[in-house]
Design a protein around this ligand. Structure first.
Ligand code: C2E
Ligand code: MG
Ligand code: MG
Ligand code: MG
Length: 277
């Protein structure tokens, strides 16, 4: 209990809270500046077809230029304000612009997946914005994938499902990201209109370390019976990859194959330029 004395009136607001508060304000200031100076860029992590070993798609991950602040830190702060909406628009536009650039250069296109936060999903302008950007750059909708997390289901499930179906009708493909970190009710999987589920690193680590591997196999089988593809995230070791391949997991993503790459690295390593051959 805080003592409200004349001298120590604010002791309930302790130093640690003060530090956290200042940190948030600082990060928020950095985000605001980054938005007005366009100081963001995307890095791309390949997602591999487990059975063929080919790159199936890329996940676009946001970075703050010249700053070493993880999106795991700054995205939640941006989500608390409407800053996430501007950031989200940048991500959509940049990913689609990149696809159109690769198309122009005659490169073999692979879908790009972007992460969408719940606030963006509930933004009334989202569909119009998406359509506008895809039209402007002349990119087919099937090359854009959208990753959402089950946090979008917390609000209003009926409304959420409606929006997700509208996105699907547009032609974009949907993935349920971070499966295994929240409630992850299997029940969701029967009605949420997604094409893929992405098993989070913590779930993979938990199951692959223990004899519980059979649960992982069953989860993959269940997903397949619901016509869902399965991506395993955070794969760092060969044994993990081999075991997941044996368990029929469709795609893997992780440092074992590649870290998220800068644009020039992606182009150098994966993006064959047919025109230049
Ligand atoms: P996520 O969408 O689950 O992305 C996967 C994260 O795991 C990425 O972290 C990636 O770099 C990391 N990762 C991939 N493979 C491995 C591995 O083998 N080992 C380990 N330890 N990590 C691996 P990153 O880029 O730091 O992003 C963190 C989170 O921030 C993302 O998790 C996503 O939730 C969020 N985020 C990133 N970019 C965006 C964005 O543009 N919009 C939104 N709304 N969220 C974003
Ligand atoms: Mg993701
Ligand atoms: Mg994920
Ligand atoms: Mg994750």
């Amino acid at each position: 209990q805080a003592k409200i004395t004349g001298k120590n009136r604010y002791t309930f607001f302790n130093q640690e809270m003060m530090n956290q508060f200042n940190e948030k304000i600082e990060v928020e200031t950095i985000i605001r500046k980054a938005i007005s100076n366009e100081d963001f860029n995307l890095v791309y992590q390949p997602i591999i077809n487990t059975h063929t070993g080919d790159v199936a798609s890329f996940e676009a991950l946001l970075r703050l230029k010249d700053k070493n602040i993880s999106p795991a830190i700054f995205i939640p702060i941006a989500e608390r304000s409407d800053l996430i909406l501007s950031i989200g628009k940048f991500v959509i536009k940049e990913a689609v612009r990149q696809l159109s650039q690769w198309k122009k250069e005659g490169r073999e296109l692979k879908p790009i997946a972007i992460n969408l936060s719940p606030k963006q999903l509930y933004d009334n302008n989202l569909l119009k914005f998406l359509k506008g950007v895809l039209d402007e750059y002349g990119v087919e909708l099937s090359y854009l994938e959208i990753e959402i997390t089950e946090r979008v289901l917390v609000k209003n499930q009926v409304e959420t499902i409606k929006i997700l179906n509208q996105l699907k009708d547009l032609g974009v493909s949907l993935s349920l990201d971070d499966f295994g970190t929240g409630y992850s009710s299997f029940n969701y999987l029967t009605f949420i209109p997604v094409d893929k589920i992405k098993l989070d690193k913590c779930l993979i680590d938990k199951f692959l370390e223990m004899e519980n591997i059979k649960v992982m196999d069953s989860l993959i089988t269940l997903a397949h019976s619901l016509k869902l593809k399965v991506v395993a995230e955070g794969i760092e070791r060969m044994e993990q990859y081999k075991r997941l391949r044996k368990g029929n997991c469709d795609y893997i993503q992780g440092y074992l194959f590649s870290k998220p790459l800068k644009l020039n690295e992606v182009e150098k390593i994966y993006y064959k330029n047919f025109l230049q051959k």
